[in-house]
Write a protein that binds this ligand. Structure first.
Ligand code: ZN
Length: 561
């Protein structure tokens, strides 16, 4: 007797094979048979797929659900968008290990670096752990809707071992040894690897660099080397322009562990950089080193106000404004010298920069005052030209006239469609970087998989359905060593996504105020999704998310090497 029989579906195996018409049977949370099972009427539930596509559930390898999962085991909105496994702890911005006295600092840093509401974090996080093993145990006890794999985060290790000095200096040999001990403890408890960031875009409270950015090469070598000692785990890093692929290749070679290089986004002002990185990663693969480039299939767009203008906060010229509040902050925004320094910096070439002075890519979304409504949905380039002002002056003047409440949207990186299409087809690429759980008021790419299937497969024909399913399932499962997941095969976990290839997509973004303390977030609804199952339990249907109890997700602690 089967628990579930899905009949007459277009089966995408997740490994890149040609789609086949057939049926799929599930028992005890696992796929037990595939093919022509039409004779078998003996199932508890039969779903007539009528030619809809059935693929393994999406594996989202770049999320920041570490905090959210403590108050929302459902990992909203990912499962309803087809995601059945989420990897947390990316960039090394985890919440464990953390002593009670350091919680406020960790939350303040997350607020700055990942755009999370401080009020939501304060009201939401359940601090019932200190160490990484305790954090993992609490997650497992509470249960989660998707499966979860967790990185040990470098910035948390550093803060735990070095205290305030974590954001001020390199570590001593004794401090590195203690970080190694904690990393090995986390890996032994089931963490999937070690995550860090060297990106200059990653700043914590008061504009100070996140702790991992203070690490020297010796510290990184020692910590990545612990993966070799542990005989397990992979290394992920979000790199700044100064971090070279050949250095990362040396870490892959010494540790013999896989390396994920993020965040490879296309930058129109330095259009070849991302391809140089991807080519260097492909060359390292040819030398036998396991490396992969994490790319995004979504244009990076930010909804923001000048209260917290994430797209420009990484600029050096912005530093004098960081940490300022109220009148002092407004005075700085009005200061002609401050504005000129920003203009000067934007005019200089940069290896990596989120915003590059492309004024036609910044729009006014919503004005606070009725007399400014005519500006809405128009670009700063257009408005500046019409009013005869410099674009930056127009931008800051408008915001100052509205108590900084004007909402803007900036299309920053990854907006050149032809270039992104080439990245998606590059042999060293893995589609990733949803950043789900972070930046919630700025954007929400948790539906990246549906965007890949709708936009890049159906609308643009850049990938076939089979190739997209491989990018979203089989490839990340093999990179992360997720056992018996990421493919439609007998014996594999029944993590499934049933969708209509003719309509699948993510819908337009909407703003909700449903986070703890009423904090806001952007969400996009699923389009064309008919069902999502995690370990055989249905977590979404055509109307949206379901909340099965007990939560069907597993905390993944064992990985193939
Ligand atoms: Zn990240």
């Amino acid at each position: 007797m089967h628990d579930l029989l899905i009949r007459n579906a277009l089966l995408l195996d997740g490994l890149g094979a040609e789609p086949l018409r057939g049926d799929l049977a599930v028992r005890d949370g696992r796929i037990i048979a595939l093919g022509s099972l039409l004779e078998d009427r003996d199932a508890r539930e039969v779903i007539e797929a009528d030619g809809l596509a059935l693929m393994p559930g999406i594996i989202d390898s770049h999320t920041h659900y570490d905090a959210q999962l403590t108050w929302d085991p459902g990992a909203s909105p990912s499962p309803a968008l087809g995601v059945t496994t989420a990897v947390i702890g990316n960039c090394g911005f985890t919440i464990a290990p953390c002593r009670a006295g350091d919680r406020e600092r960790v939350m303040r840093n997350l607020t700055q670096v990942e755009g999370m509401s401080l009020e939501a974090l304060r009201a939401g996080i359940r601090w019932d752990f200190e160490s990484v093993p305790e954090y993992l145990d609490r997650l497992e006890e509470r249960g989660t809707t998707p499966n979860v794999a967790a990185f040990v985060g470098h910035s948390s290790l550093r803060s735990y071992v070095m205290g305030d000095a974590a954001v001020e200096r390199t570590a001593t040999a004794a401090e590195v040894a203690e970080m190694r001990r904690l990393l090995l403890e986390g890996l032994a408890a089931g963490a999937v690897g070690f995550a860090t960031s060297t990106s200059p875009a990653h700043n914590g409270e008061g504009g100070k660099p996140m702790p991992s950015r203070l690490a020297d090469e010796a510290e990184l070598r020692a910590l990545v080397g612990s993966l070799k000692d542990a005989g397990r785990g992979l290394f992920m890093l979000t790199k700044g322009g100064q971090t070279r692929i050949d250095f990362l290749e040396s870490l892959a070679a010494e540790s013999t562990r896989p390396v994920i290089v993020a965040a490879l986004l296309h930058n129109s002002t330095n259009p070849d950089a991302v391809f140089a990185d991807l080519d260097a990663i492909a060359a390292s693969n040819a030398r036998g080193h396991r490396m992969v480039g994490a790319v995004s299939c979504c244009p990076l767009s930010f909804d923001f106000t000048l209260h917290s203008p994430y797209p420009i906060e990484g600029l050096d010229a912005w530093k004098p404004a960081l940490g300022l509040k109220g009148t002092a902050f407004r005075a700085r925004l009005a200061d002609p010298a401050f504005r000129q320094a920003i203009r000067d910096e934007l005019a200089r070439p940069a290896v990596f920069r989120l915003f590059n002075g492309e004024w036609h890519k910044v729009q006014v979304v919503e004005c606070a005052r009725p007399e400014h409504r005519a500006y809405e949905h128009r670009s700063l380039a257009t408005l500046a030209a019409e009013t005869g002002k410099d674009p930056l002056d127009f931008w800051f003047d408008l915001a100052l006239a509205e108590d900084l409440d004007t909402v803007f949207v900036a299309l920053t990186l990854n907006s050149d469609q032809d270039a992104v299409g080439r990245m998606l087809r590059h042999p060293a690429s893995m589609v990733s970087l949803s950043d789900a759980g972070a930046h919630l008021t700025f954007f929400n790419d948790a539906g990246f998989g549906l965007h890949l299937l709708g936009h890049w497969v159906r609308e643009r024909g850049t990938l076939t359905l089979s190739e997209a399913a491989h990018q979203l399932c089989g490839l990340p499962a093999s990179v992360f060593g997720l056992r018996e997941r990421g493919a439609l095969r007998p014996g594999y976990a029944a993590d499934l996504l049933l969708f209509d290839p003719a309509t699948v997509n993510r819908g337009p973004k909407r703003r909700l105020h449903d986070l703890p303390a009423g904090a806001a977030r952007l969400v996009t609804p699923a389009i064309g999704v008919h069902g999502v199952w995690v370990n055989g339990a249905r977590v979404a249907d055509a109307r949206g998310p379901l909340e099965p109890e007990p939560r069907p997700g597993r905390l993944l602690r064992e990985f193939a090497t």
